[in-house]
Design a protein. Structure first.
Length: 271
């Protein structure tokens, strides 16, 4: 079944190309084609995920390859659902650019199983829940980033007085701001729970909390960044362009945190 993965990426790229044409030319037929192609991508991803789970007899989210794939699968799933429910134009395009990059990047990571020397250490329910929570939170925060990026784009278009159909399709700034906040509000607790479970797992396995580990420090910086965003949004009641930029900046911290070399970590041994 090795043909599924490259076929998925090919169809994924065609779908994004169609969404890009729709972004430039406002072509509804191309938009519908892109949506159905993306649905095919989701179906192929799901089949690949199930087959790998059966072959390995575990939930395939532990290795870097599996993590990137699972992240892309969740991104596609959420974007399809939100597109059908809220009908936010361009959201699917913006979100799936990131999902496509992650899935393509996974091609350059080892796709084998967990090394035997680490199998007993890594294949545990607590670690699987920890990784699942983190990846799900990343997908939710990706949506928040997309909404904020759309907000920034529309704000700049209004500022430069670039009127047209593309501006109308972006929707209102108020809704984009609300969607970004709600996505962050739901994803942040998952991230926090994932971090706590990671601490618990590390404490059980190593007998101490790795406070000065590079991955831990970078994760805490990400958590503080989003905590500041939520504090400013909920307590200070701040809205608008500055908050959208803050959300975008926080997501860039996530990318740095995720791709931080595993060699800098003393307990992320599988990176």
């Amino acid at each position: 079944m090795n043909w599924i993965y490259p076929l998925t990426i090919i169809i994924y790229s065609i779908s994004l190309f169609a969404y890009f044409i729709d972004f430039l030319q406002h072509n509804r037929k191309v938009n519908r084609l892109a949506f159905w192609l993306l649905s095919v991508v989701w179906l192929l991803q799901t089949v690949f995920f199930i087959i790998r789970a059966i072959d390995l007899n575990r939930l395939p989210i532990i290795t870097p390859f599996e993590g990137l794939f699972f992240y892309a699968w969740v991104v596609v799933t959420l974007s399809l659902i939100i597109n059908r429910v809220f009908r936010v134009d361009f959201l699917v395009f913006f979100v799936n650019i990131i999902g496509f990059v992650m899935m393509s990047f996974s091609l350059f990571t080892p796709d084998g199983d967990v090394p035997e020397s680490l199998a007993s250490l890594l294949i545990s329910e607590l670690l699987i829940i920890h990784v699942s929570m983190i990846l799900l939170s990343y997908a939710g925060l990706t949506l928040a980033f997309a909404f904020s990026a759309l907000y920034v784009l529309e704000h700049q278009m209004l500022k430069r007085k670039k009127w047209g159909k593309r501006l109308l399709r972006l929707g209102s700034l108020t809704k984009l701001d609300q969607y970004a906040f709600h996505s962050t509000m739901f994803a942040f607790p998952l991230f926090l729970i994932g971090i706590i479970l990671g601490f618990v797992w590390a404490s059980i396995q190593f007998g101490e909390l790795p406070w000065f580990d590079a991955k831990v420090i970078s994760s805490m910086i990400v958590m503080c960044g989003y905590a500041v965003y939520l504090y400013q949004r909920v307590v200070k009641m701040k809205r608008g362009y500055s908050m959208a930029l803050l959300n975008v900046a926080c997501f860039l911290l996530i990318l740095i945190n995720y791709f931080l070399p595993g060699s800098l970590s003393t307990f992320h041994l599988w990176d």
